[in-house]
Design a binder for this molecule. Structure first.
Ligand code: SF4
Ligand code: SF4
Length: 323
């Protein structure tokens, strides 16, 4: 795979600083039951990196110490980590809102038959990738059989009240198939709701529309096809300064499976650690004594993926979110 970091680091991006910490996004490991083409963490069934029980304990201590409002759990398929349910229960017992980046097909994996019931019982918000409402487009990006498995997962969640009950929030995530900007979020959400409702009887709360990041598998593919520079120019030309206030690194810290800190998940995948004081690589243990407010964010060319057009954050388009 081609490394896009040297190309991205050569592209200047406006300086930004961290604000107050609201969300801890924790990557429980890179193991996944899928291997999607666009996956920015290169996750798959053969990855072995996994957060240990000791680091999970540290996450729970930091959540309490820093009064973190939201725990955002990601992977890989985070549910495959043996400490996933303990982490969720621990955070919920402190009144923390928990979000699970769930790939939907995990809900029917052997050994995970009771996962949907667990998520509903803990009122975990689900964020599920669904790059299209058409089977062909989903399977081109996420693999054969993934569309049907995803629809089965959505129906299971709907049957438990997800997408219907205000405490059981189900959000889908769209990203374009190739090197283009995503379409307007509100119009696409209306299409998704109509088509998934009419053809599969599926309901959900919100559709988050995200631009593809020019890193990892997707970035490497752009380089191989000679499309990297064109895509970066597209993102740069669509950059809006107004989106800088809403980028997710302002209020979120990303934690890797070993407990090291990053300004966001993308920086984690590029191995651009959060530096603090004289330390090149801050760790969860640093968060026990320090909230990192005001720390400069480690930016590079990929950040235009967050500020182009309607903008992208973990909550979808920034422009729509602000309206
Ligand atoms: S389901 Fe998510 S984590 Fe797993 S390979 Fe696909 S994009 Fe990566
Ligand atoms: S890529 Fe990460 S560091 Fe850059 S603007 Fe987006 S959230 Fe912030």
């Amino acid at each position: 795979m081609r490394d896009t970091l040297p190309l991205l680091d050569a592209i200047p991006f406006p300086a930004i600083a961290r604000g107050r910490l609201g969300t801890l996004q924790v990557n429980l490991g890179y193991r996944c039951n899928q291997s999607c083409v666009h996956c920015h963490v290169n996750a798959g069934p053969n990855r072995t990196e996994e957060m240990t029980g000791d680091i999970v304990d540290l996450v729970l201590t930091v959540i309490e110490r820093r009064a973190v409002a939201t725990l955002d759990v990601t992977g890989g398929a985070p549910e495959l980590n043996p400490h996933f349910r303990r982490l969720v229960r621990g955070a919920r017992s402190h009144g923390v809102h928990v979000m699970d980046r769930c790939n939907l097909t995990i809900l029917s994996e052997p050994g995970q038959e009771d996962l949907a019931d667990f998520l509903a019982a803990e009122q975990v918000e689900i964020i599920a990738s669904m790059p299209c409402y058409l089977a062909d487009n989903v399977e081109r990006q996420r693999g054969k059989g993934v569309f049907d498995g995803s629809i089965r997962g959505l129906k299971r969640l709907n049957a438990l009240g997800y997408g219907r009950d205000e405490n059981l929030v189900l959000n889908l995530v769209y990203n374009p198939q190739g090197p283009s900007l995503p379409p307007p979020q509100a119009a696409l959400e209306a299409d998704y709701k109509r088509i998934l409702g009419e053809t599969h009887g599926v309901v959900f709360d919100n559709l988050f529309v995200l631009a593809n990041m020019p890193i990892q598998r997707f970035g490497s593919m752009l380089v191989s096809k000679g499309e990297f520079d064109g895509y970066l120019q597209l993102l740069q030309h669509a950059h809006l300064d107004a989106n800088l206030d809403g980028v997710m690194c302002r209020g979120m810290i990303s934690v890797d499976w070993q407990g090291y800190l990053y300004d966001c998940d993308f920086n984690q995948m590029l191995d651009l650690p959060l530096a603090r004081g004289g330390k090149a690589r801050a760790h969860l243990t640093d968060l026990l004594a320090d909230d990192l407010d005001g720390n400069p964010v480690r930016v590079a060319g990929h950040c235009f993926g967050c500020t182009a057009g309607q903008g992208s954050s973990c909550g979808g388009a920034l422009k729509d979110a602000a309206e």
